[in-house]
Write a protein that binds this ligand. Sequence first.
Ligand SMILES: O=P(O)(O)OC[C@@]1(O)O[C@H](CO)[C@@H](O)[C@@H]1O
Length: 437
Amino acid sequence: MDHARISRVVLSRRSQTIQNPLRFPLPVSADGRSSIAPPAPLRGIDNSSFAHFSIVKRLPEILRRVLHDNTFPPGVEESLMRLHAEIPGTPLHPIDEKGAPDLDAWAAHIDNLDGENWLEVPWFFAETYFYRRIVAATGYLTKPLHHVDPFSYQKSAGLRTNRASIRRFARVVEDALRERPLTQEAMGALLAQSLWGNRADLSLWAADDDDRGPLDQSDDHLFVDDRDRTARLLRNHAPDARLLFVADNAGLELVGDLCLIDGLLTGGIASQVRIHVKSHPTFVSDAVHADVGATITFLRDSINRHAQKLGGRLQEHVDAGRIAVEDDFYWTSPLPLWEMPARISEMMREHDLTILKGDANYRRMLGDRHWPYTTPTEVATSYLPAPTLALRTMKAEVAVGLSQNDMNRAALSGQNWATSGEWGFVQLSSRGGSSSA
Ligand SMILES: O=P(O)(O)OC[C@@]1(O)O[C@H](CO)[C@@H](O)[C@@H]1O
């Protein structure tokens, strides 16, 4: 495929075309010969979509909760009220937070718009912009509330109210560590635990008050199950596998992720894990740098011995440099993964496996587009520079790699199966880079 010849790509349903800013080849067809333009992005303008509901109902509700859970100075409150009044009909305008490191990047993103409002811009854009506006209103990156997390109340509740599950999670790692190096089965159990932890964010904000069911799901709720392939890939690199872990939510989900990370490090599979978190609070409960340390401290301080031991081992990994925690503004940008900056793609290439955790990262990987659900995984993710594992429960109408049979099965389980979080993906894209998985 001649990547250089792809110069324009259709980016909206309104047939608006812009210069292709992609640094990576667009997704390619199954035979690898021709490029295909990604389908249109999800937008709130589709009245019957979850995107519409999410913008019109959930975002204002999230703002109400932020105001309820915090005591802000009057100026901050006013800014948040103004934001509330803008949704959904006001055109998106530049972010106002002088001195913030990502301001120019956001100015460029907004410049690409054409006066569209919240429902007209791509849904992913609307959501990342929404959280960035909350950050600007509170002055999280600058002042007046430098590094005061507007979602901290919910985040700490997420740990406090899940003590029983946390004990259970910690026990699973200890069981897994009985045999070293970790068996394929043990890796599978830790991957599943990390995956289903992705349902945990839903308990935080009952803005849509639907019934999402229990936290755990059985294997027959896995739409895609690449656990064995992933375990084989990791074992091929053991004991020195290097992992890039792009985290999602703080709270119970992060505990499940840290269990997986500890299992791989202590269990003789990996020697280095680089955890990437968000540079500012976003999507309510997404982890920022401080959340990782706070979670390890919470585990170490636990009165449960399994949780305590887990916290102790994690602290040792951090102290010895086996776990590094970094943040990057790219992960709070509205850009699809195929527009990742060179620093991110280089980093992915330096690691044997990148784990993309959660629904929003999955949506980013697929550009939050209307891919037919039966699109082969390797077609939609052919641009990835290195082997990548998506661990996500399905909470948005974005997916690839399904069969018609999968969809029939899911439809029988309930009406909102595509957004209920009850269906899981352990989806490996191994085409980018060498892998014998
Ligand atoms: O990345 P996460 O935490 O798994 O999910 C983020 C998320 O809850 O936010 C969206 C609605 O705002 C959902 O579609 C999406 O699943």
